[in-house]
Design a protein around this ligand. Structure first.
Ligand SMILES: [Zn+2]
Length: 203
């Protein structure tokens, strides 16, 4: 049985949004997941060429707990559990709108993506609809986050990487840590360049 990550294409280069398993809170709501105070069952993917992959869910206390298999290249699949808080916000025109709170940045999001092990928002993964429109600092951030997702490390670049992934050689890990530090320097450098080239915007 395939898990997330066992798909053909997105192991070999940076993922595009279209190729990444995703959860859309609107679809789940339409399917009645949040109608009762508790519910459970399984969800099948509707995209991403992962026909065998599915995840189990349990919903209670405004929290969606999902469990699914993740398979990285050359490793056995791991079972991952994630808790996603479901937020209901009042709309201007009455009624409420349902949102996921991204488990990493806590922002309200309609869609969460699984580009690595976890279901996070597009910004946390640095995912883009197209690569052409990226400006230099964003490209640097995307590169840094791509490396971090490979390491299963925090997507918040201000957080250090502490844990060596299971089965990774120490020398490889140290090389990637060095690469991460270089990436962060590039991000900081790119931002200061941008500020210098737009002096009116700085205060
Ligand atoms: Zn996020």
């Amino acid at each position: 049985m395939g898990g997330i990550g066992s798909g053909r294409r997105f192991q070999h280069r940076g993922p595009n949004l279209e190729e990444v398993p995703q959860l859309d809170v609107r679809t789940l709501k339409r399917n009645g997941l949040f109608d009762q105070s508790t519910s459970n069952g399984s969800i099948k993917w509707t995209n991403s060429g992962l026909p065998e992959a599915a995840l189990e869910y349990a919903y209670a206390d405004s929290t969606l707990c999902i469990t699914y298999a993740v398979k990285a290249r050359h490793t056995a699949s791991n079972v991952v559990s994630e808790h996603i808080f479901i937020d209901r916000a009042a709309c201007n025109y009455g009624g409420t709108r349902t949102w996921f709170l991204c488990p990493n940045c806590n922002a309200r999001k309609a869609i969460l993506y699984c580009a690595s092990k976890r279901f996070l928002c597009r910004q946390c993964y640095g995912l883009n609809y197209t690569c052409q429109n990226e400006v230099y600092p964003d490209r640097m951030i995307r590169k840094a986050r791509k490396l971090r997702s490979k390491l299963g490390a925090p997507m918040d670049l201000s957080q250090p990487i502490s844990e060596r992934p299971h089965g990774m050689y120490r020398t490889t890990f140290e090389r990637l840590i060095k690469q991460d530090q270089d990436n962060i320097k590039s991000v900081v450098g790119a931002y200061s360049q941008r500020l210098m080239s737009n002096p009116k915007q700085t205060r």
